[in-house]
Design a protein around this ligand. Structure first.
Ligand code: SF4
Length: 139
C-alpha cells in the first residue's frame, strides 16, 4: 500500500467513525436538542414566550451582592410584551400575537420566566405565577 493510499484509508475510517457516532441522534445532530425533542413530542415547533414575573436574584437584592452579574442585561433580551408588573396571561397573549407573523404555524407555546432567577421567590409566589402561565390554553 502506498503512503497516499494509507492516508485515504485512514481518512475513510475516520469519516466512518464520525458517521457511526452521529447515528441515533435525531435531526442529524450530534446531540439531542431540546427544540428537536419538543418538535417530535408535539408534532410541531413550540415557540418560547419570554415572561417577566418581577423576580430578582440574590446578587441584585443585597442578599449576596448588588448590581448583578456583568453579562446579565435583561433589557437586552426582553421583547416589548414582557414587562414586570403586567399580568402573566396578558404577557402570554401579547407574546403569541408578537410571534404570530414570524411563526404562523405555532400553536403551542412555552412560558419562559426569563428575568433574573426564576425560582427566587417564596413558594406561594412561585405557585401563583407558574399556575397563571399553566392555565393559559396555549401553554
Ligand atoms: S440572575 Fe443570575 S446572571 Fe443575573 S445577576 Fe442574578 S445571578 Fe447573575
Amino acid at each position: 500500500m502506498t503512503f497516499e493510499a494509507a492516508i485515504w484509508m485512514i481518512l475513510f475510517i475516520f469519516v466512518k467513525i464520525i458517521c457511526k457516532n452521529m447515528e441515533g441522534f435525531p435531526d442529524g445532530k450530534r446531540y439531542n436538542s431540546y427544540a428537536g425533542y419538543l418538535r417530535r413530542r408535539y408534532g410541531q415547533r413550540l415557540q418560547k414566550l419570554v415572561i417577566d414575573a418581577g423576580f430578582t436574584c440574590p446578587n441584585r437584592d443585597g442578599t449576596l451582592g448588588r448590581g448583578g452579574c456583568t453579562f446579565c442585561d435583561n433589557a437586552a433580551f426582553h421583547p416589548g410584551y414582557s414587562t414586570s408588573g403586567k399580568p402573566i396571561s396578558l404577557q402570554l397573549d401579547e407574546g403569541i400575537e408578537f410571534h404570530r407573523v414570524r411563526y404562523p404555524g405555532a400553536h403551542w407555546y412555552l412560558a419562559y420566566f426569563q428575568s433574573f432567577s426564576n425560582t427566587y421567590a417564596p413558594l406561594e409566589r412561585l405557585r401563583e405565577v407558574y399556575l397563571q402561565a399553566l392555565s393559559h390554553p396555549r401553554v
